[in-house]
Ligand binder design. Structure first.
Ligand SMILES: Cc1cc2nc3c(=O)[nH]c(=O)nc-3n(C[C@H](O)[C@H](O)[C@H](O)COP(=O)(O)O)c2cc1C
Length: 323
């Protein structure tokens, strides 16, 4: 079988930023907090994005937002994703203190969730190219590198992928990511390679392909069929973050146990105990997806009430499988 790292691995040039690899970890609401991003980067991801953060919400100094954007010097390239529909809110968010440490601002123009779309945010912006353009220009005025993540359109009858990609480039975007599913597909079904290929043919900035990558074979097929400059992995990155090492040819001694313990160490340092446990349990249950016979251990994990106990259970769950 062909190896991704021999065929397609390269650095990405995004504005004035160069990444170590073209294999990226997607923004995932509820998951891609600081410890998770650091883990993916250590395993070879060229970038790992924060989950979407409301551009408007950054006006209010609330603790939850601060947690979403928590970072420190160990995260060498920092990429935050913003969601919204008001250009001035984006401009203020990009120029404000919360994103001051971030190198890259990614704009969410792909979220399909009904409440988001109803607000004219996320994927709704694929129906309003003028507004989408004003949002990109507003972000660019901060001087930061700006990227856009979007879907090809609302449904198969409303595909706007070429003109949307060109609009992003003309408005100053430094990279685009195309999730190859339309809005009405939500998160299911096969991504359509041809939509991503159309975007790639339309612009000169880097184009990243996203959707349905669950293996090295999938990543190679995505690159073969789209001509994209790189891949972005979402749900499978939660299930098996080793995919980043596999695709980038990185040699690592990490195991599922060492990775989950690493998450526990980092989460304990930067979150309160409750938030740390919540994060570890969510990641551990994704790691367990492919472990048969762990139902009762999973129940035990969910009912345990402190970090010490949680660590013991994790050793029982993942220690056994590593031998
Ligand atoms: C639980 C969950 C949360 C997500 N949160 C975000 C988000 O905050 N921002 C975003 O752009 N996409 C978000 N997505 C979409 C993913 O980034 C990605 O585009 C999508 O899951 C397709 O990739 P995959 O097939 O590799 O999972 C989310 C998806 C899921 C399942």
């Amino acid at each position: 079988m062909r190896k991704f790292c021999e065929t397609y691995l390269k650095k990405l040039h995004i504005g004035n930023i160069t990444t170590e690899s073209n294999v990226l970890m997607a923004p995932l609401a509820g998951y891609t907090c600081y410890p998770f991003r650091i883990m993916c980067r250590k395993l070879g991801a060229g970038l790992a994005f924060t989950e979407m953060v409301s551009a408007n919400g950054l006006k209010f100094n609330d603790k939850a937002t601060a947690r979403l954007l928590y970072t420190d010097a160990a995260e060498t390239l920092k990429a935050a994703q913003l969601l919204g529909s008001v250009p001035s809110a984006f401009e203020n968010a990009c120029k404000g203190g919360y994103t001051a440490d971030y190198d890259i601002i990614d704009i969410n123009m792909g979220c399909p969730v009904p409440n988001v779309v109803k607000n004219g945010e996320g994927c709704a912006l694929t129906q309003d190219l003028r507004l989408a353009s004003r949002i990109i220009e507003a972000c660019k005025r901060s001087g930061k590198v700006v990227t856009v993540k979007f879907r090809p359109g609302m449904n198969r009858e409303k595909i706007v992928v070429s003109e949307f990609a060109r609009m992003c480039e003309d408005s100053g975007a430094d990279m685009i990511t195309v999730h190859g599913r339309t809005r009405n597909m939500m998160y299911d079904g096969e991504p359509v390679y041809e939509y991503i290929a159309e975007a790639k043919r339309s612009v000169n900035i880097p184009v990243i392909a996203n959707g349905g990558i669950h293996s090295e074979e999938d990543a190679i097929r995505m690159m073969d069929n789209t001509g994209a400059d790189g891949v972005m992995i979402a749900r499978f990155g939660l299930e098996d973050p080793m995919i980043f090492a596999e695709l980038t040819g990185k040699v690592t001694k990490e195991t599922r146990l060492s990775l989950i313990m690493g998450q526990a160490d980092m989460a304990e340092k930067c979150f309160d105990e409750l938030s740390a446990m919540e994060h570890i349990k969510k990641i551990a249950s994704y790691f367990m997806k492919r472990l048969p016979g762990t139902k009762s251990l999973k129940q035990e994990m969910y009912s345990c009430g402190n970090l010490l106990q949680l660590r013991e259970i994790l050793v029982r769950i993942f220690g056994e499988t590593e031998k």
